[in-house]
Design a protein around this ligand. Structure first.
Ligand code: HEC
Length: 186
């Protein structure tokens, strides 16, 4: 066998081995597919049970809250991945940050909330939360005296930039503060 023929034979062998192992398919993926999350990121089953335990009491087991002063998460929370500010706002909310969960478990719960329970067109293009990101949020709590004003600001951006529904702007007209709006007080 000539040196050239030997090299070709080796290449053919490597090619077959790559195809057989599936590695070839992985190499052929475009870099874009690795940065866009067309499918929700993987999170363990415990994310759902941790959500039920740590968040479900207020937000409802399926992300539809019973109380008017707690926002729904179902089919809308994913819009919080719209801008860096809205993303960190959601991650730095007191009830989120102080949940008794490790950084890793909390990142999984947030990903479950944003990509599954609250999936939106925005979340389809967003990166998942990581435990390092959650640790950074915990070291830097939201320092706003008026949480509602801050929320209006970030949700306003979500509506303007990511087609979040207008209805997200006022989830919680405080009971009794708007005279004459009896229908709001259900
Ligand atoms: C004690 C009740 C309570 C618990 C427990 C709770 N939340 Fe919330 N959550 C709220 C309220 C009330 C808001 C509205 C903002 C605020 O006042 O904190 C909110 C806002 C949010 C938002 C932003 C939604 C929006 O439209 O403003 C997200 C996302 C969220 N919570 C996720 C979670 C997750 C994840 C957990 C569990 C780790 C959790 N929450 C636990 C009451 C709660």
């Amino acid at each position: 066998m000539t040196a050239m023929a030997a090299r070709m034979a080796v290449r053919a062998l490597i090619g077959t081995a790559l195809l057989a192992s599936g590695a070839y398919a992985a190499m052929a993926r475009s870099p874009q597919e690795d940065t866009l999350h067309a499918a929700p990121p993987a999170f363990p089953r415990s994310a759902r049970s941790n959500f039920v335990e740590r968040c479900g009491g207020c937000h409802g087991l399926e992300g539809r809250s019973v109380a008017r002063n707690v926002p729904d998460l179902a089919a809308r929370a994913g819009f919080f991945l719209c801008t860096p500010e809205s993303r960190s706002f959601a991650g730095r909310l007191p009830n989120v940050m102080f949940a008794r969960l490790s950084d890793e478990d909390l990142a999984d719960v947030l990903n479950y909330v944003m990509f599954d329970l609250g999936e939106t067109p925005t979340s389809k293009l967003a990166k998942p939360y990581t435990s390092q990101e959650v640790a950074a949020y915990r070291a830097n709590p939201l320092s706003v005296t008026d949480l509602h004003a801050k929320r209006r600001e970030v949700v306003g951006e979500m509506v303007a930039r990511c087609q979040a529904p207008q209805a997200m702007l006022d989830y919680n007209r405080p009971r009794g503060r708007i005279p004459g709006r009896v229908e709001e007080m259900k």
